[in-house]
Design a protein around this ligand. Structure first.
Ligand code: SAM
Length: 351
C-alpha cells in the first residue's frame, strides 16, 4: 500500500501537541514512531490501514493507548519500566524500541485496539460542573436530580463526593478523596454551598466504560498519558469514589435515552448536563435532545425547574459553561456561567 502521509502527519502533530500540553515521554515516543513510519516499519504497516481519517480518529493516540493498556495490565514489563503510571521511571530515555518490540509481540492486540475510539473521562471537569450545579442549587434552593449525557465511565456524576476549595468557601465532604484547590480558578464564584444536595442520578453513554471491572479501570487509564501522574492520580481517586458510590451508566444514544427518561419532579431541580460531548453527537441526536428539553421544559415550574448545563468548546483554547433554565416563564433564560480550559483549569466565573 502507498503511504498517504496523513498518518505520518497525524503522528507528528500529536508529538507537537504532547510537547505543548506537557508529556515529554509521549513526545519522545511519537517522534520515534514517526521515524519508524518513515523507515517503512510496523507503525506504517499497521496505522496506514487503520482509518481513512487518521487525524480525526486520533489514530496515534489509539496506538499509544494499546501499549499503555498492556503495560498497566502487567503484560509489557519492558515498556512499563519507562511509564510512571505503571510504577516505572522516565528520565528522558527513548522508549520507542520497547514499544515497537511490544507491537511485534502483541500484533493482534494492536490490530484490534486500533479499532477502538479514544475515550477519556476528564475528572477535573468536575470543577466547572460542580460550580454550575451549585449555582443551580442556590438559584432555586431545591435539591438536584441529575441526568448526565456522554458520561463515559460516569466519574463526573460522582462529583458531589469530590471537594472544591476556594479561598473563602468549599463544597463537598471535608474528608473527600479528591480535592481541587484555589489554583483551579482564575476568578472563583462568590459562594458555594457546603454540599451538593443530589437526590437522584442517571447517566448514559453510547459506549460506557465500566470501572467496576478491572478491564474497565485499565481501559480508562490507558487513554491518559503515562507521565501525567497528577491526572492519573485524580482518575484513580475518582474510581475509588465510584466504587463507594455505584451508579450504572446506561449504554444508549443520548437522544433516545433522554426522550424516554426525562421528566421534571416537584420539589427538585432537574439538571441535564454534559461536558465535551456535543461535537460527537450526530445531528439527529442533537435535534432529539433539543426537542426533549423544549417539551419537558414547557412543563417546568418554579418548584419543578429544568436546567440544561453544559461545558462545551467555545474557542481553540477554552470552553464555556452555560445553562438554559426553564421555570414556568414564557421563555427559558440563558446564562453564560463561566469560561474554562478544556480540562477544567483556569475557571473564570462570570455569573
Ligand atoms: C470526549 S468524551 C467526554 C466524556 C465526559 N463527558 C468527560 O467530560 O470526561 C465524549 C463521550 O461522548 C460519548 N458519546 C458519543 N456519542 C454519543 C451518543 N450518541 N450518545 C451518548 N454518548 C455519546 C462517547 O462515548 C464519549 O464517552
Amino acid at each position: 500500500m502507498q503511504p498517504t502521509f496523513d498518518v505520518l502527519d497525524a503522528i507528528e502533530r500529536q508529538a507537537e501537541a504532547c510537547d505543548h500540553i506537557g508529556s515529554p515521554l509521549y513526545t519522545t515516543l511519537l517522534r520515534g514512531l514517526a521515524a519508524d513510519h518513515r523507515a517503512g516499519g510496523v507503525t506504517r504497516d499497521l496505522l496506514e490501514s487503520a482509518s481513512e481519517r487518521p487525524q480525526h480518529d486520533a489514530i496515534p493516540l489509539r496506538y499509544l493507548a494499546i501499549g499503555h493498556r498492556l503495560a498497566l495490565a502487567g503484560s509489557a514489563q519492558d515498556l512499563a519500566r519507562h511509564y510512571p503510571s505503571c510504577g516505572g521511571e522516565w528520565h528522558g530515555a527513548d522508549p520507542t524500541r520497547d514499544f515497537l518490540a511490544l507491537v511485534h509481540a502483541r500484533r493482534a492486540d494492536f490490530v484490534d485496539g486500533l479499532t477502538r475510539q479514544v475515550q477519556t473521562n476528564e475528572v477535573a471537569r468536575a470543577v466547572p460542573l460542580a460550580c454550575g450545579l451549585a449555582h443551580l442549587q442556590q438559584m432555586f434552593a431545591l435539591p438536584l436530580r441529575t441526568f448526565e449525557l456522554g458520561a463515559s465511565a460516569g466519574l463526573l456524576s460522582r462529583l458531589a463526593w469530590f471537594r472544591i476549595e476556594m479561598p473563602f468557601a468549599a463544597c463537598g465532604p471535608a474528608d473527600a478523596r479528591l480535592h481541587f484547590g484555589p489554583e483551579w480558578f482564575t476568578t472563583p464564584p462568590h459562594t458555594l454551598p457546603a454540599l451538593l444536595d443530589v437526590v437522584h442520578q442517571e447517566a448514559v453513554d453510547l459506549t460506557p466504560i465500566d470501572v467496576a471491572t478491572s478491564a474497565g479501570r485499565i481501559a480508562i487509564q490507558s487513554f491518559l498519558w503515562p507521565d501525567q501522574l497528577e491526572r492519573i492520580d485524580r482518575l484513580r481517586a475518582a474510581m475509588v469514589i465510584a466504587e463507594e458510590h455505584p451508579l450504572q451508566v446506561d449504554a444508549d444514544d443520548a437522544g433516545a435515552w433522554l426522550q424516554r427518561r426525562l421528566a421534571v419532579a416537584d420539589g427538585a431541580t432537574t439538571v441535564v448536563f454534559h461536558s465535551i460531548v456535543w461535537q460527537y453527537l450526530p445531528p439527529p441526536t442533537r435535534r432529539q435532545l433539543r426537542a426533549t428539553l423544549t417539551a419537558v421544559g414547557a412543563t417546568a415550574t418554579r418548584t419543578a425547574p429544568l436546567c440544561w448545563l453544559r461545558m462545551e468548546p467555545a474557542t481553540a483554547t477554552h470552553a464555556d459553561l452555560r445553562a438554559t433554565v426553564w421555570d414556568g416563564c414564557s421563555q427559558p433564560s440563558e446564562h453564560h456561567l463561566a469560561d474554562v480550559g478544556y480540562h477544567g483549569h483556569n475557571l473564570s466565573w462570570l455569573a
